[in-house]
Design a protein around this ligand. Structure first.
Ligand code: ATP
Length: 270
């Protein structure tokens, strides 16, 4: 059962040119993660310790996983992804064992990037430790901290975590030598939205007159994931109308459809 709990990708295909916007975030990751992996001697010469862990925080669908994958691609690192909530839900009693196995895998397949999604599921502060499940979550977190404290940061393993809820994190996880670099991943602005749409339309057979500027303006408040959905929906509308090219009208219909879906989701509890 442990195999399914982590996703291991030996050769990631995502590169920075598939990410719209987020230029500053990419630069931060290049300095904090890429450079220490590619040229650790530089840090030795200057006499500083590279950060061990980077925490990406921001709303769902803003490209946190995408950023982590692109870094793995750039550094030819194995990408090991685990989801915090899955770690503690499916594997009650084995969360800490799984954490050990993840780091073992990372050492075996180094250079590696360990990506922990939904970090808040295992690292929320003030857990109610009276239930067995919460004690288990606590043990999983302790194991993660022990693994992070234990490994040598000059070795070629880096940890990137992601959360939508940085406010609930236990401060212990943010101490120096742990996730000591925080990078905010914002919702895309108008320019980034245009770029993201173009990225996801690459490879689609478009009619000539697609006005990406207009679409970018019409998608205020939408995430990268929403914009990807718009490209797909536009294609679906074209197929439904039995057309060979996707037209501006299809995109406008898709924007309307995805806006409704996004609003509905915001009204859902949790
Ligand atoms: P979550 O918090 O829900 O895990 P996330 O921030 O990790 O979300 P991703 O999984 O990286 O988001 O993004 C979901 C999908 O949305 C990606 O596969 C990608 O196709 C698209 N996407 C998100 N942001 C961008 C972006 N900046 N540029 C291009 N595509 C994006």
């Amino acid at each position: 059962p442990f195999v399914a709990a982590m996703e291991v990708i030996e050769s990631v295909e995502v590169d920075y040119d598939q990410i719209g916007g987020l230029e500053e975030q990419i630069q931060e990751l290049q300095e904090a993660v890429e450079l220490p992996l590619i040229d650790p001697e530089r840090f030795v010469r200057i006499g500083i310790e590279p950060p061990k862990g980077v925490l990406l925080y921001g709303l769902p669908g803003t490209g946190k996983t995408l950023l982590a994958k692109a870094v793995a691609h750039r550094t030819n690192a194995t990408f090991i992804r685990v989801v915090g909530s899955e770690l503690v839900q499916k594997y009650i009693g084995d969360g800490s064992k799984l954490v050990r196995e993840i780091f073992e895998m990372a050492r075996k397949k180094a250079p590696s990037i360990i990506f922990i999604d939904e970090l808040d599921s295992i690292a929320a502060r003030r857990l109610n430790e009276t239930t067995g499940a919460d004690r288990e979550v606590q043990r999983t977190l302790m194991q993660l901290l022990a693994e992070m404290d234990g490994f040598d940061k000059r070795k070629n393993i880096r940890i990137i975590a992601a959360t939508n809820r940085p406010d609930v994190l236990d401060p212990a996880i943010l101490r120096p030598g742990r996730f000591d670099r925080l990078v905010h991943v914002p919702m895309p602005g108008v320019e980034a939205r245009g770029k993201i749409l173009k990225i996801h339309c690459d490879g689609m057979t478009l009619a000539g007159e697609i006005d990406f500027k207009k679409l970018a303006k019409a998608t205020e408040g939408m995430s990268g994931a929403d914009l990807k959905a718009i490209a797909t929906e536009a294609g679906m509308f074209a197929i439904r109308k039995d057309k060979e090219l996707v037209e501006m009208g299809d995109f406008l219909e898709a924007v309307a459809k995805v806006s409704v879906a996004a609003d509905t989701q915001k009204m859902m509890p949790g």
